[in-house]
Design a protein around this ligand. Structure first.
Ligand code: GLA
Length: 369
């Protein structure tokens, strides 16, 4: 049991050195209920979240590592554990897009496509970190300047990601960015959650509810076809809380193509931070996670590429032993004019907010503190 304290705190510890010798740190945010979030300025990654179960026992509910070396080693280095993803989260078809009549090429790293910003995305950059004060106490603000032409993207992009923790166990992530040339932008966080505790065997017995009537079906390389389909009558209908494993192996083409759930859901209340975008409940521990976002979409990914080769906090990370809820713009939007735009112009400031709130479920879906 972690002793309670009256106000939030933030402290800083060494975390390791990158291959090119840069010192990186891990920052620990704690609130008065004892919830503790660790973030490193290497890739802006959330490395640990301690949240209470129904008996007040704290466990780590995200996959991660005790030090930088865990993130740098293969194959963990390509799984984006806990990272800020940019400049363009999710996939860009054939690593290319056209903007203002000019065609740009981004390195491909996922079959024929670009995934999560190319081979050197924001997840592997060292961010500047500073402490800022908020009404609920200190918060961590990370900043990264992505130079014009980096990974082929146009414009110097100034990106800021602020992590704060409120007294109701909500981890709030505020993203903002400006550019000096027209560019495309899609920022998210790639935390892998297991509410039973990192290293637990599976997330297939957890329940999920998604606030989405529609999703963007994909082709065999996980690029959206451009259609926006209803979830009704499909195993992607999570409008009511449903056990994740109950339909994951159904003979449904979209599940076969993605090897499970790895889809962008179109949120029914885009831009509304009060709407519930996702709710996950673990009946064993009684932990629940509620996700709120101003983004129009959420990628629900069931850890289909985890295969037991990585050993991190809590144990071995097996197939489908964690899930991601990546709040985002839709994949491949720069090539899909019917999707909400991801273009950022000079003079504009991009803003988005996502809140991951940790709750307790008392045996029903009426989740409360
Ligand atoms: C995203 C993708 C998945 C997978 C993971 C990383 O969530 O949608 O297909 O590539 O990243 O393993």
């Amino acid at each position: 049991m972690i002793p309670a304290q009256t106000t939030n705190t933030l402290n800083k510890q060494p975390f390791g050195k990158t291959a090119d010798g840069q010192e990186v740190y891990v920052y620990t945010l704690r609130n008065s209920s004892g919830v503790q979030v660790k973030i490193t300025n290497f890739g802006g990654r959330i490395t640990s979240i301690l949240a209470p179960d129904k008996n007040g026992k704290f466990d780590d509910v995200v996959l991660g590592f005790e030090s930088l070396d865990g993130y740098l080693a293969k194959p963990a280095s390509s799984a984006y554990f806990g990272a800020v993803i940019g400049r363009y989260a999710n996939r860009l078809a054939h690593g290319t897009f056209t903007l203002d009549g000019k065609t740009y090429h981004i390195p491909t790293n996922d079959g024929p496509n670009t995934l999560h910003g190319g081979t050197q995305g924001f997840d592997s950059k060292v961010w500047d970190a500073r402490e800022v004060s908020t009404p609920s106490g200190p918060a961590l603000e990370l900043h990264y300047l992505s130079p014009d032409g980096q990974e082929g993207f146009p414009g110097n992009l100034n990106a800021t990601v602020r992590y704060s923790l409120d007294s109701k166990n909500g981890l709030r992530i505020d993203y903002s960015a400006t550019t000096d040339k027209d560019t495309v932008l899609n920022l998210t966080n790639h935390s892998y959650f297991n509410l039973e505790g990192a290293g637990s065997e599976t997330i297939l017995n957890e329940y999920i509810m998604l606030g989405a009537d529609q999703y963007t079906p994909v082709d065999g390389t996980l690029i959206p076809t451009g259609k926006i389909d209803s979830v009704a009558g499909t195993p992607l209908d999570f409008r009511k809380p449903t056990v994740i494993g109950s339909r994951i192996n159904d003979n449904f083409e979209q599940l076969k193509l993605a090897k499970g759930y790895d889809h962008n859901f179109v949120l029914s209340h885009p831009g509304d931070l009060t709407a519930v975008a996702a709710l996950v409940v673990d009946p064993t521990s009684g932990r629940a996670l509620e996700v709120h976002t101003t983004q129009p979409g959420i990628q629900f990914y069931t850890g289909n590429f985890l295969n037991g080769e990585v050993h991190g906090i809590g144990g071995v990370y097996r197939y489908r032993s964690a899930l991601c809820l990546e709040t985002q713009h839709f994949p491949n939007s720069p090539n899909q004019s019917n999707f909400p735009t991801t273009v950022l112009h000079p003079g504009e400031t991009f803003h988005s907010t996502t809140i991951y709130r940790f709750l307790i479920s008392h045996g029903s879906f009426a989740v409360a503190q």
